[in-house]
Design a protein around this ligand. Structure first.
Ligand code: 10D
Ligand code: SF4
Length: 330
C-alpha cells in the first residue's frame, strides 16, 4: 500500500474544507484482454494503414473508441457496413461463428480481438456440445459477449439464465445431459448463487473446473470489497454498457454506500463530495488510467485530498497477439 503526500488544490472551496481521503482500489482499469484488443487495432492501423474497420466498440469505453477513431479506426455494428477490400477487427467481447464465416465468404481480411478468456468459454461450449450436453449459460441477455457465446452453437443448444429465479422455470432434462458456462464479467457473488441453485436442481450438471468469471473481473470486485467498509461513497469509472464496470457499482451499493458510475471527471457532481471523509475510486476493465487521474484531479479541485492506493492483488497477465500482428523483439 502506498500513500502519496496529500494533494491540495487552490479551489476557493478547498481552502476551508477538511481533508478528503481518497482510497484508490488496485487492481483497477485495463485488464490483459483490453490491453491486447486496443493494441490489435493500433497494430492493424500500422500494418494496413487507415482506415481499419472495427465491428462493435473494441472495448466499452468512449474515450478509447474516440482515441482510436482519431488514429483512423472506423467503428460499425455490422459486417455489412464494412466495404470490400478493407480490414476489419472483431471486438474483445467475441462474435457469433456466423460473423467470421461471413467475412471469409466476402474475402475480407479480419482480425479477431476476442479476449482469449472469452474464446476459452467458446471452446468449452463446443466441447460440451460435442459430448452431447445441453448448456445452461449464465449471463446478461443482449450483451455482445453473450450473443457471441450463444452464437458458437446451433440455435437451441444453449439456454440463457440470468438469475436464480430463472432456474425454477427451466424444463426437466435427462440425467447427465447438462453443463453450465458463464459470461466472464459477472458478479462473483451472484454467479456463485446461480451455480448453487443449478446444482441443487440438477445435481449431475457439470461446469468448468475454474471460474469463467475472469481473473480481472473478480480481482476488481475483491478490491472494491476491501475498501467499501472505509468509504462514505464510491466512484466507478466506466461506461453504462460495460458489464464489468456495472458490477463494481453493484458491489459498492450492496455494501450500503452510495455508488456512482462516471465516464470521466466532468460527470462528477460536486454535491457528492460534501460532508464525507472518505471516498473510494476504482475503474472497470475498459477504463484507461488517464480517466482515473482526471477523476481524482476533479475531486482535488473541489476539496484537498489525501490519496491512498489500496492493493489487494498483483496482476501480470499478458496475452499473445494474433499471428501476423506479433511485434518483433527490439
Ligand atoms: O461489458 P464488458 O464488461 O463485457 O466489456 P468492457 O469492454 O467494458 O470490458 C472488457 C471486457 C470484455 C471484453 C469481456 F470480456
Ligand atoms: Fe478478458 Fe476478463 Fe478483460 Fe474480459 S474482463 S477482456 S475476459 S481479461
Amino acid at each position: 500500500m502506498t500513500s502519496p503526500a496529500p494533494t491540495t488544490s487552490a479551489s476557493p472551496h478547498a481552502e476551508d474544507a477538511a481533508l478528503l481521503t481518497v482510497l484508490v482500489a488496485a487492481p483497477r482499469g485495463f485488464c490483459a484482454g483490453v490491453d491486447r484488443a486496443i493494441r490489435i487495432v493500433e497494430l492493424a492501423l500500422e500494418k494496413y494503414g487507415a482506415p481499419v474497420y472495427v465491428r462493435h466498440e473494441i472495448v466499452h469505453n468512449r474515450y478509447v473508441v474516440d482515441s482510436l477513431k482519431a488514429k483512423g479506426a472506423i467503428f460499425v455494428e455490422s459486417l455489412d457496413q464494412v466495404p470490400d477490400n478493407l480490414p476489419v477487427v472483431f471486438s474483445a467481447h467475441g462474435v457469433p461463428k456466423a460473423v467470421p464465416a461471413k467475412a471469409e465468404a466476402r474475402g475480407l481480411d479480419y482480425i479477431d480481438a476476442t479476449c482469449p478468456l472469452v474464446s476459452k468459454v467458446h471452446r468449452q461450449a463446443e466441447r460440451s456440445h460435442e459430448a452431447g450436453r445441453h448448456i445452461i449459460f449464465i449471463g446478461h441477455a443482449g450483451h455482445p459477449e453473450v450473443i457471441g457465446t450463444l452464437g458458437q452453437l446451433p440455435e437451441g443448444a444453449i439456454t440463457l439464465v440470468e438469475s436464480v429465479d430463472d432456474i425454477a422455470a427451466l424444463p426437466a432434462y435427462a440425467e447427465n445431459s447438462l453443463s453450465y458456462l458463464t459470461q466472464t464479467t459477472l458478479s462473483v457473488d451472484d454467479t456463485r448463487d446461480i451455480i448453487r441453485a443449478l446444482q441443487h436442481r440438477f445435481p449431475d450438471i457439470i461446469g468448468p473446473r475454474g471460474e469463467d468469471v475472469c481473473y480481472a473481473t473478480s480481482n476488481r470486485q475483491e478490491a472494491v470489497k476491501s475498501i467499501v467498509g472505509r468509504c462514505d461513497r464510491m466512484i466507478v469509472i466506466g461506461a453504462p454498457n460495460s458489464s464489468n464496470s456495472l458490477r463494481l457499482v453493484e458491489v459498492a451499493a450492496r455494501a450500503g454506500i452510495p455508488a456512482h458510475l462516471v465516464q470521466r471527471g466532468t460527470d462528477i457532481d460536486t454535491a457528492w463530495l460534501n460532508d464525507i471523509r472518505t471516498i473510494g475510486v476504482t475503474a472497470g476493465a475498459s477504463a484507461p488510467e488517464t480517466l482515473v487521474r482526471e477523476v481524482i484531479d476533479t475531486i482535488a479541485a473541489y476539496r484537498p485530498i489525501s490519496e491512498n492506493i489500496v492493493v489487494t492483488a498483483e496482476e501480470n497477465m499478458v496475452f499473445k497477439l494474433p499471428r501476423g500482428l506479433e511485434v518483433s523483439p527490439q
